[in-house]
Write a protein of this length. Structure first.
Lengths: 607, 307
């Protein structure tokens, strides 16, 4: 078992930049044995990828490496490129975070796979095709044969990552480096990809270096963990040691920042107990049978296809309440949020706000209401005007809604709100690119709350942030809720974050509500098979629980909202009604617990 | 792919029609006509001429006659050279221009891309900087200056090449004019290629290709070149249009009987038929080139096909 594959000694990686030399990796030591899975965790900028990019000879041209990386006795850093080319892709291979941009877009999958065999094994033609096909089947690629002729853009994210893995495994390497392999994927797909990697390790004895920020993924996959910060390992040890007996304060902080979903039904401790109006508060915000359709052009003369992004969603929200909306990519979460705020006009249905309608009203009327209805977006840097200092961005809503204020009063308010969201007042004249992601998101929040709105929609507002920053922002949001009685609609693909912040949760699937209930019932007593699958797919940051957990795998894959059969994925018994556009109905199974019609889960499990 | 090309072809038809219409009416709005010379013609003769060329009919009727002719592939008569139709006149000069422009286009593309790829691979090295400087010279020094200098050196001093004329169309007559036509295009193409190639080489897909252990040659030619050619392709459409419609400057300096001069003469003489004919011809040419560019886009990037 203890056959050493990789030894790293005194590795440093530095980059020449316009601001001088940046030390990305500062003298680290480590090793990896055959069949072992090593987790390298850390936040962005910790240098966790750079270590292994250096091993693969992929350090960018302005980088310098020093020290030694020994792979089966050969020092990789001192090899000539032609010699390194004999190792990488053959004995050692790598998969990356974004499987779409990581594949060459103009070459069919088969060609991209075959060139690996041609390069390292001098195998081509039918023989190579057979090996590629075999590997595609081993990574459970549906309709593997057809994929060889397809282009990367014709496949889903999960399928692309399967191809990356299959391609990396073609020459049966001793070491597979996986750099955030599932970060861009939905949880259910993530669970499948992690399973595939775990099996490869068991069957092939491939050592895996798993670089990730996700403590749940580490808990599930790894034998050993190295925690990295500022280019150094702060702590190293077995999974059990790191999770149950962390020594370094940074490890502690990382573990504390991760929401620990409790599936036993306990309420998340942090959620505020803001008085929810037991009655009467139902008129705060109400969406009824909301639909948003897009026309998808199919060429000049063909009738455009209709894409139902949001397909009859109803919910209500009370003052001071947080409604979490979860769903995988393409489920229509963001479209729903925008439709509620009338940023996209709904095709039909109504949204009412404090008893009066929000849609089909005059522009001026809507504009006046916007003061109370704000939104915070996912990418904090991209959603701020790069040419404006942040103070001006924060102040802008005031110039619209409270233009009677003098410049000095406005500046006073900006200072107040910056202080409130934890931004140093001296930042007022800084530009977005000068701030970190977390700081920029605070700017986004400050801008949203400066008019003292009643409802703030957070559209993946913390998804791009590191866990420690993420937990700070969530704490901030909950404090603001306590202080001002704000209501939130909190949209995220990340169940653990939604669990942490929400009073009630709405699960969205292809534009329809699958389940809607309070947070603790959803996690302790999920009714819909899809919800059950989602919850069981989330990796929990606790190795003992995580390794024993049974994962629910349902037949089929989330397909396009254009596919009418996709809507009946959980109700195959009504498939004959597909032509009539049958949509599973929402029923109130327990008081306040709504579940969409579905077949028994035993019918839907992958046998 | 074929369906895509066909769809693109159909969309060019209305554009062509609108362009013809606009040109037709704008030209008629300009003062003067083909028979207004320094010495005015007698009214009776003028009226006869006008009747012969349908110029006495209402403008809208003339328009329909013209469009009808164009639809049959007839560009109509020339008003100032009554022995030839517009099509015949274009046909005389066209082969020269096409050979010259086609050669220049091909040479610019090959040399420009080669320099660009080389610069991207050796970026910020001395050879890269030196090549970039030389190439830039070709862009900033105008053709009417380069041409006589080259004629002086290679034609008169060294006596290697003829200074002008078409001769029998042999290569030696082509070298100098093609060079002069090429220089600015080589400069633009190489700069575009270098930039987009650097971008392509820094992409995630290329990182994957390196991680597979492929050789540099395989990476550049198989993985990086096609995406890097996208911006170059957008430039090639207009560049080809420019080269194939003939350069008045180069054609007159080297005494080549191409079509560049027809356009100028026709415009000066208010030869409606000739001007419109040349315009229609250019438009069709440029649209065909743009269509080719779009089809090449689809070939370079399969994602375009499904859009």
């Amino acid at each position: 078992m203890s056959q050493r594959i990789l030894t790293v000694s005194d590795l440093t990686v530095s980059f020449d930049t316009d601001d001088g030399v940046v030390q990305a990796v500062r003298g680290i030591n480590g090793y990896l044995d055959r069949g072992e899975c090593l987790g390298i965790v850390g936040e962005s900028g910790s240098g966790k990828s750079q270590t292994f990019l250096a091993a693969m000879g992929l350090t960018s041209s302005n980088g310098h490496t020093n020290g030694k990386i020994e792979f089966k006795g050969q020092d990789l850093l001192s090899l000539k490129k032609s010699e390194l080319n004999k190792i990488r892709g053959d004995k050692m291979s790598m998969i990356f975070q974004d499987p779409l941009t990581s594949l060459t877009s103009h070459l069919p999958i088969g060609k991209q796979m075959q060139e690996v065999l041609r390069t390292h094994r001098n195998i081509g033609g039918r023989e190579a095709m057979a090996i590629c096909l075999d590997w595609l089947e081993r990574v459970q690629m549906p309709e593997a044969k057809r994929r060889l002729k397809q282009y990367p853009h014709e496949l889903s994210g999960g399928m692309r990552q399967r191809i990356m893995i299959a391609m990396a495994m073609l020459c049966e390497p001793d070491l597979l480096i996986a750099d955030e392999p599932t970060t861009a994927l939905d949880v259910t797909i993530q669970a499948e990809i992690l399973d595939i990697m775990d099996n490869l390790r068991r069957e092939q004895g491939t050592a895996i270096a798993l670089i990730t920020h996700d403590m749940g993924v580490v808990a599930r996959m790894c034998d050993r963990i190295q925690v990295m910060r500022h280019g150094e390992y702060v702590e190293e040890g077995s999974v059990e040691d790191i999770f149950y007996n962390p020594q370094h304060e940074y490890t502690n902080m990382l573990l504390d920042s991760v929401p620990h979903i409790d599936v036993t039904g306990a309420k998340p401790s942090k959620v505020s107990k803001v008085a929810i109006y037991e009655d009467g508060g139902r008129d705060f915000l109400r969406a009824e049978d909301l639909r948003v359709e897009f026309k998808v052009a199919r060429g000049m003369f063909a009738k455009p296809a209709i894409l139902r992004a949001v397909d009859g969603v109803s919910f209500d929200l009370q003052a001071g309440e947080t409604l979490g909306i979860v769903g995988e990519s393409g489920s229509g979460k963001s479209t729903l949020a925008r439709a509620v705020l009338q940023l996209i006009p709904p095709t039909s249905g109504t949204v009412s706000w404090l008893g009066s309608p929000l849609n089909n009203i005059q522009k001026d009327e809507l504009k006046a209401k916007r003061r109370d209805l704000q939104i915070v977006f996912q990418d904090p840097l991209a959603s701020l005007d790069p040419s404006k200092p942040i103070g001006a961005s924060i102040m802008e809503p005031l110039t619209v809604f409270e233009s009677q204020l003098s410049k000095a009063e406005m500046r006073e308010r900006v200072n107040e709100v910056m202080l409130r969201v934890g931004l140093n007042a001296s930042f007022i004249n800084r530009y977005p690119h000068e701030l970190s992601g977390g700081q920029n998101q605070r700017v986004g929040i400050a801008r949203a709350i400066i008019t003292k709105p009643k409802l703030v929609i957070c559209d993946e507002a913390v998804s791009a942030l590191d866990v420690s920053i993420q937990s700070q922002i969530i704490d901030l949001l909950m404090d603001l809720q306590k202080e001002f009685g704000l209501s939130f609609i909190f949209i995220s693909h990340d169940l653990s974050v939604v669990w942490e912040i929400s009073h009630r949760i709405l699960v969205l699937y292809l534009g329809t509500v699958v389940e809607l209930t309070d947070t603790s019932s959803l996690f302790s007593n999920p009714q819909h098979p899809y919800t059950q699958q989602l919850i069981s797919s989330v990796p929990l940051p606790d190795p003992k629980i995580e390794r024993k957990r049974q994962r629910i795998k349902l037949v089929g894959e989330m397909s396009s909202p254009m596919d009418p059969a996709a809507r009946l994925r959980f109700l195959p018994s009504k498939m004959h009604l597909m032509k009539d556009g049958y949509i599973p109905k929402l029923e109130e199974r327990f008081p306040g617990h709504f579940v969409a019609e579905h077949d028994d889960i035993s019918e839907l499990l992958i046998s | 792919m074929i369906k895509y090309a066909f769809n693109r072809l159909l969309t060019t038809i209305p554009v062509l029609w609108i362009a013809i219409t606009v040109c037709f009416f704008i030209l008629r709005m300009a003062p003067g006509g083909p028979f207004d010379g320094d010495r005015p013609l007698p009214e009776a003769i003028k009226a006869n001429l006008a009747a012969h060329y349908n110029l006495d009919k209402p403008l809208i009727e003339q328009y329909f006659i013209y469009v009808g002719n164009v639809l049959q592939g007839n560009l109509g008569p020339s008003f100032t050279t009554p022995d030839f139709t517009v099509s015949e006149q274009l046909a005389v000069g066209l082969p020269y221009t096409l050979i010259l422009g086609g050669a220049a286009f091909f040479v610019s593309l090959v040399i420009g891309v080669a320099i660009g790829v080389y610069g991207a691979l050796k970026r910020n090295s001395y050879p890269d900087h030196i090549l970039a400087a030389i190439v830039l010279m070709g862009l900033v020094v105008p053709g009417f200056l380069v041409a006589p200098i080259l004629q002086l050196i290679f034609g008169l001093k060294l006596n290697w090449l003829p200074v002008g004329g078409w001769g029998d169309g042999s290569i030696s007559y082509l070298v100098l004019p093609v060079t002069v036509l090429c220089l600015p295009h080589i400069a633009r193409i190489s700069r575009l290629t270098r930039g987009s190639m650097i971008e392509a080489l820094n992409s995630n897909a290329i990182r994957t290709a390196y991680s597979k252990g492929l050789s540099d040659t395989a990476i550049v030619w198989r993985h990086a070149l096609r995406p890097a050619m996208m911006p170059v392709l957008s430039y090639l459409g207009p560049a080809a249009g420019f080269l194939l419609t003939g350069s008045l400057v180069v054609e007159s300096i080297f005494g080549i009987p191409g079509i560049g001069r027809y356009f100028i003469n026709a415009a000066l003489n208010r030869d409606y038929g000739m001007v419109l004919g040349t315009v229609v011809f250019y438009m069709v040419l440029i649209m065909v080139l743009n269509l080719l560019v779009d089809i090449f886009y689809a070939w370079l990037d399969p994602r375009v096909r499904t859009r």
